[in-house]
Design a protein around this ligand. Structure first.
Ligand code: HGY
Ligand code: MN
Ligand code: MN
Length: 403
């Protein structure tokens, strides 16, 4: 029979995980780094202690399987981090799953590999667990920071050749993910819990500009082919055009502009831009991509440098399950009367992939100052505990409810 949730053990686990790969007040646990692998082993040990059958699969996804009869829930998120980033992004949802398991709920607990996209496959672990990642994708994947092939990283991490997790969706009533909001809506409204209605898709690209490396002084302005200036002019054109085609909550971001060779007296012969945009509607995303392609065509008509668009990944947006949302809303009202709202997710999450195979839903807790993907990311401890209590209440409702 399940016991009451142990919130002290939950907080102890969160801080123990925070200590692995610590960076200032956050963590640096890029996928398959020694710190990331230590965190995966740490999690597998904790899940085993709770009586789950814990495995780390051939891509690094950790799964703790409840040994008892169903019905079951799948609860989790990810434990790798962005570079030099926050201690709660992903970790909160995994440690909350551990807490439910510790209380004896019939849950499987998972930490899907590389949700943060250090390798350019896009949601590697959760998509692979659904059988959606091909060997060719894995062959072609590279680390976005240092170019390491994914195959080599798996070999180095001691994962190559291990069996890969393949989830059986029929085993679960659904998937629940507790996560920090990574925005300011809850904090600004003075609320403590967010029931997610839908999750954006992220469409990622490399924009490669080929100019001609040349002397910064001897080459006249009329004859030079400056890849950097062409890239900057294109990005400015995108920023001017997108408001005409985007959705109400669309976002677009240039995460990196790399100029080659990157010296002050050399005209950059090559520019590589990491660019993405997001929305909850595929139709809007398609409109934005069409506009991006039109702007690149226009650049290639006017500029002396050639621009190529390389699609890295195009995720699928997801609506959260109404039944699971109802259970989350009832539990939120019980633990925090009037202190919650429904809201979209501007961040991508593994839940959006799980939603293709089973009912899926997410619960947000506030991010202090909305800060995330930064080592200063934080959430009030009282909100962390509220989030766990609401997740626990929802899980019990879902598991006790009619199939
Ligand atoms: O970028 C995202 O939305 C997620 O945090 N990886
Ligand atoms: Mn996350
Ligand atoms: Mn993240």
């Amino acid at each position: 029979m399940p016991q009451a949730i142990d919130t002290d053990a939950f907080l102890r686990d969160l801080h123990a995980l925070r200590a692995i790969g610590r960076f200032k007040t956050g963590v640096h646990r890029p996928t398959y780094s020694p710190e990331d692998m230590e965190a995966r082993r740490w999690l597998a040990d904790r899940l085993t202690e709770c009586g789950l059958d814990a495995t780390i699969d051939g891509l690094g996804t950790v799964l703790g399987r409840h040994p008892g009869p169903g019905p079951h829930l799948l609860v989790g998120s990810h434990i790798e981090s962005q570079n030099e980033a926050g201690w709660l992004d992903g970790a909160l949802g995994v440690v909350a799953g551990l807490a439910l398991a510790r209380a004896g709920l019939p849950v499987d607990v998972c930490a899907f590999a590389d949700e943060e996209g250090h390798f350019d496959v896009g949601f590697l672990g959760s998509r692979a667990a659904l059988g959606e990642v091909s060997e060719a994708e894995i062959d072609g994947a590279r680390n976005r920071t240092d170019g390491t092939p994914l195959r080599a990283a798996l070999e180095r991490a001691g994962l190559a050749g291990r069996p890969r997790l393949r989830l059986d969706p029929a085993r679960y009533r659904g998937f629940l993910e507790l996560h920090i909001e990574q925005g300011t809506q809850l904090e600004r409204a003075g609320l403590h819990l967010g029931i997610v209605t839908g999750i954006v898709a992220i469409w990622q690209y490399r924009i490669v500009v080929e100019g001609r490396q040349d002397h910064a002084g001897g080459t006249t302005m009329a004859e030079r082919r400056d890849a950097g200036l062409t890239a900057v002019r294109l990005l400015a054109a995108i920023d001017a055009a997108f408001p005409r085609v985007c959705g109400e909550a669309s976002t677009w971001t240039t995460g990196r502009i790399a100029l080659d060779p990157g010296a002050p007296s050399i005209i950059p012969g090559r520019a590589e831009v990491l660019f993405q945009f997001r929305d909850v509607s595929t139709a809007v995303l398609e409109r934005m991509e069409a506009e991006l392609r039109a702007l690149i065509r226009e650049s290639n008509r006017r500029e002396r440098c050639a621009v190529e668009l390389v699609t890295v990944s195009r995720a699928v947006p997801a609506a959260c399950d109404p039944g699971l949302m109802r259970a989350l809303s009832e539990a939120a009202e019980e633990v925090c009367p009037g202190g919650w709202r429904t809201m979209p997710s501007g961040a991508g999450h593994d839940a959006q992939n799980m939603a293709r195979a089973m009912p899926a839903a997410m619960l947000f807790v506030p991010s202090i100052g909305g800060i995330s993907h930064h080592w200063a990311e934080d959430t009030a401890e009282s909100d962390l505990v509220l989030g766990l209590r609401a997740l626990d209440g929802a899980a019990r409702r879902i598991l006790q409810g009619a199939p």
